[in-house]
Design a protein around this ligand. Structure first.
Ligand code: NG6
Ligand code: CA
Length: 494
């Protein structure tokens, strides 16, 4: 049988309740809704982390992020955190004859400590299994605001080299920042992290000078990534391929293309979600037009849960109305509660599945092993510590999935989900991220919730089920093996 193609479409900060097929109000997402109607819609699929870098690290390596202490939200000039000899999803598929490509947001680090933005950037995605790569290095709120094509900055004029510095003070006195020139802003920052170099009227995190011709245009970013993804698909339609299409929406700063500005009355966050939905529709249509939709497994999901206020005064909180980005879940991006890691997930593969819904428990860390099985690859010698074969669950055959999985809030604070239970050990830190209005899950006491009867995690039942607490504590600890997370909870003092 012909090997299936794989496409992962990974949204950035999209919540469990953000699509109309997951209950969103006032944000129409017709393309994802019909993708769900033709495919399988999952209600218990989890990113491994409530922030981007650790979550994406797991997706590509099949390892839990807390095993790698460097898997934390990275600066825009941070080194690559995937080790040279680490197995990766693209690498595995490439070895099996797949054409592999990444287009969109990277944020797993570049270079080995001192990036030469004006020369060759090594390692780049090309060194961890991708044949083709067209990325933004980190996030759209971090400098440098340029695309990296392969291992070089795209459209760079050698006479106008780029300099990038992360730190507290602006080293470039001639470069305006949000702090020094607030009158120049078209979008205002709401914190002191987002008040550095101004690019396209938006203050970003980090300082940058030069590279004018290479600077991206926020308004055309969606089409840039989409067009390149469609070209990648067309170019490789005769061979098996894997495309990691990493959308930048709805991460801050939320700047839709002109055709989507005002598409909703939920503010720019609603508009960029509608834009994202359109991009997904375009990909599915393109697969059909190329005659390869039946044999292409497309998985749509998100790297972590939602946040409304994340560094800019874009009024998304005020304009959200009755729409609930996390749906019925508590917490959100950064959080240990369900809103942090439980994400909308849809699989589309018309020739391979019967449409339906699934409550199977699945983690994104499972994609690598499951894809290997679906592609018929015998990944001999692979060290499958964390990644489980969930191919049958993903294809809608197995309704159960995993017995348990581990997720983490910001700073590697791990949480264990087992059957209907979720257990959050006690962790130091504020219970609420005050500027973002998100409940973190930090508490001086252990928390145990029965998600079957209490999906909103309102009733801590630790005292009623001490045996469950004891067993889940022991299980979490045994999963740590030789690599406990850097943030140890009070339950694991050594
Ligand atoms: C945080 C940024 C936030 C976002 C996040 C990364 C603050 C003050 N700033 O440091 O705006 O960029 O990093 O998001 O929280 S992620 O989805 O890539 O993990
Ligand atoms: Ca994210």
């Amino acid at each position: 049988m012909k090997k299936p193609n794989f496409i992962i479409i990974y949204a950035d900060d999209l919540g469990f309740g953000d699509l109309s097929c997951y209950g969103a109000l006032g944000i129409p997402t017709p393309n994802l809704d019909s993708m769900a109607a033709e495919g399988i819609k999952f209600s218990q699929c989890y990113a491994t982390a409530a922030t981007c870098t650790p979550s994406r690290y797991s997706l590509l390596t099949g390892s839990y992020p807390w095993r790698n202490p460097r898997a934390q939200i990275l600066a825009g000039d941070a080194p690559m955190i995937i080790g040279e000899r680490e197995a990766t999803l693209p690498g595995l598929l490439k070895d099996a004859g797949y054409a592999t490509g990444v287009i969109g947001k990277w944020h797993i680090g570049l270079g080995d400590g001192d990036i030469d933005w004006n020369g060759q950037i090594n390692p780049s995605p090309l060194d961890v299994g991708f044949d083709e790569s067209f990325i933004m290095a980190a996030t759209n709120d971090r400098v440098p605001c340029v695309y990296v094509d392969g291992n070089q900055v795209a459209n760079l004029d050698p006479d106008d080299p780029i300099e990038v510095v992360y730190g507290k003070e602006n080293p470039f006195s001639d470069v305006p920042t949000g702090r020094s020139h607030p009158e120049r802003l078209t979008m205002k920052h709401s914190d002191e992290q987002h008040w550095d170099t101004i690019v396209n009227g938006v203050p970003r995190i980090g300082f940058c000078r030069g590279g004018g011709s290479a600077q991206w245009d926020d308004e055309t970013m969606a089409e840039e990534f989409l067009d390149r993804s469609k070209s990648f698909i067309s170019k490789h339609k005769e061979e098996p391929f894997f495309l990691y299409y990493a959308l930048h929406q709805p991460h801050v700063p939320r700047i839709p293309s002109l055709r989507f500005a005002g598409a909703t009355n939920r503010g720019p966050r609603g508009d960029v979600i509608v834009e994202l939905d359109w991009c997904v529709g375009q990909i599915l249509e393109h697969l059909k037009a190329e005659g390869i939709d039946e044999n292409t497994v497309v998985i749509f999901s998100s790297d972590n849960g939602p946040v409304l206020k994340d560094g800019y005064e874009d009024h998304c909180m005020e304009m959200c109305g009755c729409h609930k980005p996390t749906g019925p879940l508590r917490g959100g991006k950064y959080s240990m509660f369900e809103g942090g890691c439980r994400v909308p997930t849809i699989l589309h593969a018309p020739g391979m599945i019967s449409p339906g819904e699934s409550a199977a428990l699945i983690s994104h860390v499972d994609f690598i092993r499951s894809f290997a099985i679906m592609a018929g690859i015998e990944a001999l010698g692979m060290n499958w510590v964390d990644s489980q074969d969930m191919s049958q669950a993903l294809l809608g055959v197995d309704p159960v999935g995993r017995e348990f999985l581990i997720t983490e809030g910001i700073w590697s604070k791990t949480v264990i989900r087992y059957g209907k239970w979720v257990f959050i050990p006690p962790y130091d830190g504020p219970p609420v991220m005050r500027d973002k209005f998100i409940e973190t899950g930090n508490s001086t006491v252990s928390q145990l919730y029965d998600l079957e009867t209490d999906i909103g995690q309102r009733h801590n039942v630790c005292d009623h089920f001490p045996d469950v607490v004891k067993e889940l504590t022991a299980l979490l600890r045994s999963e740590y093996r030789d690599s406990p997370p850097p943030t140890l909870s009070k339950l694991f003092p050594d």
